[in-house]
Design a protein around this ligand. Structure first.
Ligand code: ADP
Ligand code: ASP
Ligand code: MG
Length: 424
């Protein structure tokens, strides 16, 4: 007997038939004698609709600012998961399974106060464990918890993955299965590159980079939690027949295992390619080249909660003036330009330029630590396709390249093939 947490994403619970299908996956594990807890997302598209309602509330006459309250945003957008958790509990009950739905505040899943992007602080797993022991399946609404202000708090988009891994850690589950609409983690987004290959295993660090650099198959925070708490996490498909051979395999279910790098016997140099759309570049021209200039730029941006990513500073020709270029999410450009405009005197630049609609393509692999020339092959391959590189950043296990938006798919495919990732 094992203890398993099963998470089902939006497309897996998109309608009543899909929810019935999910119930069959759960029944398979219950019938095999395992202790099971389930985490669900909202029906696909639902959270977007709810966010749209909050953001499109008609403005008060005479005011430009949309009325916005982060606590009420959470109250509204968390409702999608309330519906699916109840519906799945009903579907399970109709199959003769003892099931009960739980909202984040009922367990409770305690979070910090960052409404809209809260972090889970603590889950007391004892109650779920006791109920599992009595043969009850807890169906937990993902994406939500209870803040210190005693109000609903949501975990950021894609947050149900994090709910699932956190619950798996809290109940010391043997496995956390993330069921989605693809049958595992691929070498790149299979919707962009049909030649992408499914990975049998991927190391925590690589998955962390893939997720942070744009592969939304798992929320970044869920990978961090899995790594810290050593949760054995699989990404697998809910679209396969729940009773097909091998689906109930305890040690090696079909899908991708996220694990320690020592568990991976044949480590490739490059494991995957990720991409993030909607990046923007801001350049400050003819800045005074003096100590403190970076602090004068990035301090105010940080205070305004603007996430700066790639930073490139030119070496100045004569030691007096330089240029600084950096990227921010496209949605933050206006805010960033405003902050930089307000601080023009203290920063001391001449002109400011910005460009939106850029894409960051990243090459990821733990094997890069011990291999030279990985970056050079990327640059050569992109040059051969006539793709201009606007900025580059590297770390031990990744190279990120900023390019013009329209070249995104070509760049992903080119890099995928150059590192031998295409399936034969
Ligand atoms: P869910 O609703 O189940 O949480 P998501 O849409 O959040 O599903 O994540 C699954 C999607 O992630 C897939 O449909 C796929 O297009 C995308 N994706 C991006 N990169 C990858 C990758 N490297 N491997 C697998 N899927 C990926
Ligand atoms: N329903 C939420 C979202 O769409 C959480 C999730 O699906 O993981 O972001
Ligand atoms: Mg998701």
């Amino acid at each position: 007997m094992a203890r398993i947490v099963m998470k089902f994403g939006g497309t897996s619970v998109a309608d009543l038939n899909r929810i019935h299908n999910v119930a069959r996956h759960v029944k398979r594990e219950v019938d095999a004698g395992h202790e099971v807890a389930v985490v669900v997302s909202a029906m696909s598209g639902k959270t977007n609709e709810l966010v749209g309602w909050v953001e499109n509330m008609p403005k008060v006459a005479g005011s430009n600012a949309p009325f916005y309250d982060a606590r009420e945003y959470d109250a509204v957008v968390a409702s999608g998961e309330q519906v699916t958790s109840g519906l799945l509990a009903i579907a399970l009950q109709s199959m003769g399974i003892n099931a009960r739905s739980w909202q984040g505040w009922q367990l409770p899943i305690k979070t910090d106060n960052a409404h809209g992007a809260a972090r889970i602080l603590d889950i007391d797993g004892a109650d779920i464990i006791r109920r599992m022991g009595e043969g009850q399946v807890a169906v937990v609404a993902g994406f939500q918890g209870l803040g210190p202000d005693n109000r609903l708090a949501t975990l950021g988009r894609g947050g149900s993955d994090t709910s699932a891994v956190a619950i798996a850690a809290a109940v010391r589950a043997d496995r956390c299965d993330i069921y989605t609409d693809v049958d595992g983690v691929y070498t790149t987004d299979p919707r962009i590159e049909p030649k992408a290959r499914r990975l049998k295993k991927i190391a925590f660090e690589e998955m962390l980079e893939m997720a942070s650099l744009g592969a939304k198959v798992l929320q970044v925070r869920s990978v961090e939690l899995a790594m810290v708490h050593k949760v054995r996490t699989f990404v697998r498909s809910s679209f396969e027949d729940p009773d097909a051979p091998g689906m109930g395999d305890l040690m090696n279910p079909p899908g991708t295992l996220i694990c320690d790098e020592d568990e991976i016997v044949e480590q490739e140099v490059v494991t995957g390619i990720a991409y993030a759309k909607d990046e923007a570049q801001i350049s400050l021209r003819r800045l005074a080249d003096r100590p403190g200039v970076s602090a004068a730029i990035f301090g105010p941006l940080a205070e305004a909660h603007i996430n700066v990513d790639m930073i490139v500073q030119n070496i100045s020709e004569d030691g007096s003036k330089t240029d600084m270029t950096f990227t921010v999410p496209s949605g933050d450009v206006d805010k960033a330009l405003k902050v930089l405009g307000e601080n023009k005197e203290t920063i001391g630049y001449d002109v400011i330029q910005s460009e939106s609609g850029l894409v960051k393509v990243s090459v990821i692999g733990i094997g890069m630590r011990s291999h030279a020339g990985v970056a050079a092959s990327a640059f050569r391959a992109l040059a051969d396709k006539g793709i201009n590189i606007k900025a580059i950043t590297t770390s031990e296990i990744k190279i990120s390249i900023l390019i013009d938006g329209p070249y995104a798919e070509l760049a992903v495919r080119t890099l995928h093939s150059v590192y031998g990732l295409d399936k034969s």
